[in-house]
Design a protein around this ligand. Structure first.
Ligand SMILES: [Zn+2]
Ligand SMILES: [Zn+2]
Length: 373
């Protein structure tokens, strides 16, 4: 209610409205004037927004008193206040949410002939309002619009309303696309899949299980044997730096087994290697190998009689790897080299890259998808 709207004005307004409706009933002649065009504006907004719906009049035949109801949907719209237009001045509004109407009454001091805005209605769109048009209309009976001659003004009414936009906040997400890869799982870390709402673009994510290590059937030479030092070999995961079943062997055993005693070479198990394995793993859990968390702790290597201080005698690398990063006996942990073996090829990367490689993988998803890595 406007502050200028005082009690005396209310009395005048009530009297005016009574005259509009009662005098014709008492036989006082009142003309019917079917002129004027009322239009309720149509506006749009998102849930939570404040919107203003103008109620305008065109071809105004001149009005002095009005008492009408404007319908709205209180489940989606909360009436906040009215804002004065440029036609009415002595008016008041009152919302009745349970009846879904806003009452608009006025009794002007003389006929108002100008076209323009009767009143602006300010609403807040409910946070849970579903998308769609919430229609607003005006209901009135003969005599609810009148002029100072008490003629019954019968304007046409064009409904409007508030169109609540579909956004991620009020979308029911009734239809999603297919699940697609969002992040590649690693041996130990989960990956992710995503699907997108067909209506609002909302992205739903879900985890996928870690892949688990996949160890090669072949052994990889971690450290070639020399005349003074035993060598080391183990089965490597084809995706990461994890390894299992590390065994030590002598130069003589490499000759006996006729396997390539070259660092990073892959050798297929043969009788010699199997014998070495059984000797060093006399009680394997199930199969020839037993998986362990070799990311941090390699399988127990066989006892080595070689002096650890002789690491400088490690064989020359065949691929340019400095001796300083060559495996050491007994406590060999390939921290300094992370070797990724895929399809029989060995790539070497510095450890710092490991922390960012998963991000690179995500960026290069298409390449991974075609096994280009
Ligand atoms: Zn959606
Ligand atoms: Zn792995």
């Amino acid at each position: 209610m406007k502050t200028f709207f005082k009690k005396p004005v209310s009395y005048i307004l009530v009297l005016c409205l009574l005259l509009c409706t009662a005098l014709p009933a008492l036989g006082v002649s009142a003309a019917i004037v079917e002129k004027g065009q009322i239009t309720i504006g149509t506006v749009s907004g998102n849930v939570g927004d404040t919107v203003i719906v103008p109620v305008t009049i065109a071809e105004n035949p001149g009005i002095a008193a009005v008492t009408v109801s404007i319908t709205y949907d209180s489940s989606a719209l909360e009436f906040i206040e009215d804002l004065r237009g440029d036609v009415l001045y002595e008016y008041m509004t009152k919302a009745h949410p349970t009846r879904n109407i806003i009452r608009l009454v006025t009794c002007e001091q003389g006929n108002k002939h100008n076209n323009g805005t009767l009143v602006n209605l300010k609403f807040k769109i409910a946070d849970k309002a579903a998308p769609g048009l919430y229609k607003m209309d005006m209901i009135y009976r003969a005599g609810d619009f009148c002029n100072w001659k008490l003629d019954k003004i019968m304007p046409s009414v064009t409904p409007g309303g508030v169109n609540v936009n579909l956004t991620v906040d009020n979308c029911p997400h009734a239809s999603y696309g297919e699940w697609t890869l969002a992040a590649i799982a690693t041996c130990t870390e989960p990956g992710a899949e995503k699907r997108i709402c067909n209506f609002c673009g909302h992205v739903e994510l879900r985890d996928t299980a870690p892949l688990g290590h996949e160890y090669s059937d072949k052994f990889t030479i971690d450290k070639p044997a020399t005349e003074k030092e035993t060598g080391l070999m183990s089965r490597h995961c084809i995706r990461c730096s994890s390894f299992i079943d590390q065994i030590s062997y002598t130069l003589e055993q490499s000759d006996e087994g006729d396997f390539d005693n070259t660092i990073y070479e892959e050798v297929a198990p043969n009788d010699t290697i199997n014998d070495i394995y059984k000797e060093q793993y006399p009680d394997p859990p199930d199969e020839i190998s037993s998986e362990n968390d070799s990311q941090s702790t390699p399988s127990k290597p066989a006892e080595s009689a070689i002096d650890e201080t002789s690491s400088s005698d490690a064989p020359e690398s065949t691929d340019g790897i400095p001796d300083a990063v060559a495996p050491k006996p007994n406590d060999y942990i390939p921290d300094e080299l992370i070797r990724m073996t895929v399809k029989g090829k060995i790539a070497q990367i510095i450890p710092e890259i490991d922390s960012i490689i998963k991000y690179i993988k995500i960026a290069l998803l298409p390449l991974f998808a075609f096994n280009l890595f």
